[in-house]
Ligand binder design. Structure first.
Ligand SMILES: [Zn+2]
Length: 304
């Protein structure tokens, strides 16, 4: 790039009018693809930029919050249906909605709060790094070749999206915003499906559950996968399920209700226990530590 082009590029970048904290916070409220949209409005006037960002805020909050409520509602119907099918009870979307719509809204309050936390955390991380990002951009544009559009796009991806903008979770890990919001939505769906399945098990006096098999290699899940458990201690032959699925964020395990106790359930359990006991001898220190962390997460998030 020529010196003139460099100057023009820096001017364009600096003129995108996002100069104060509030505007930056508004900008990062859009979780998905925001960096490309940002580039799109970078050349517009301050008032246009402000308006566009305000629209993102309203839309982003609505889409994520509403999306979570809908996704929770579907997940809950899964838990309701799975349990009812075990006892051949009627499965009706209408009955489900009548019985559970309030409960779904209650459970979804946590997701609305989380959406707000996510947005604010991203905003703070960007605000703190903003000067650094400017400096990096100056460097970047001098070193790069190619079209200005491509340079800007690469820069936004590398310097802003990957280095500066992240979400810090409750145990201090940094996440890319899309990865975090996907993980959150997936994990919450499993939790809500599981909660409603537990409610329905209570309705029909069911106590035994089986953890599904997804051929896991995760140490914490191996100890549960494929096994039969007693949910409430009403089946003394079986161990009590001491953790509810999902066992950790992004976990694919579920508990499926089982109608009655059969002795072969004990054989299944003891075969799995033997296999896991052998496998666990080769687990690294880090893997064992991870199990403890995941147990803490589970205790905090999945209490009976
Ligand atoms: Zn799992």
């Amino acid at each position: 790039m020529s010196e003139k082009e460099v100057k023009k590029a820096i001017k364009n970048f600096n003129n995108r009018s996002l100069t104060n904290e509030q505007e930056i916070m508004l900008l990062v409220n859009r979780i998905d693809k925001w960096e490309l949209e940002f580039l799109d409005i970078a050349g517009k006037s301050e008032s246009q930029t402000r308006q566009a960002i305000n629209e993102w805020l309203n839309e982003g909050e609505f889409i994520y919050g509403d999306g979570m409520i809908q996704s929770n509602s579907m997940a809950g119907f899964g838990g309701y249906g799975i349990t009812r099918s075990v006892v051949n009870a009627r499965i009706s979307l209408k009955d489900y909605k009548e019985a559970y719509s309030k409960r779904i809204l209650n459970l979804s309050n946590r997701d609305l709060t989380q959406a707000r936390l996510l947005r604010n955390s991203l905003a703070f991380s960007l605000r703190d790094k903003w000067q650094e990002v400017y400096a990096k951009y100056d460097q970047y544009i001098k070193q790069s070749t190619g079209s200005l559009g491509q340079i800007k796009r690469d820069f936004m991806k590398k310097a802003v999206y990957q280095d500066a903008v992240f979400f810090v979770d409750s145990i201090g890990r940094q996440w890319r915003p899309t990865a975090y919001s996907e993980m959150w939505a997936r994990t919450r769906s499993r939790e809500i499906e599981d909660d409603l399945s537990t409610d329905e098990m209570g309705e029909f006096g069911l106590d035994i559950v089986k953890i599904n098999n997804v051929s896991t290699t995760t140490p914490i899940c191996l100890q549960y996968e494929g096994k039969y458990f007693s949910l409430n201690g009403a089946t003394p032959e079986l161990p009590i399920l001491d953790m509810l699925p999902p066992f950790h964020p992004n976990c694919r395990h579920r508990k499926f209700p089982v109608r009655e106790f059969k002795s072969n359930q004990l054989t299944v359990n003891s075969n799995i226990d033997k296999r896991v006991s052998t496998l666990s001898k080769s687990w690294s220190k880090a893997e064992k530590e991870n199990v403890n962390k995941q147990k803490l997460w589970n205790n905090k998030n999945r209490t009976k």
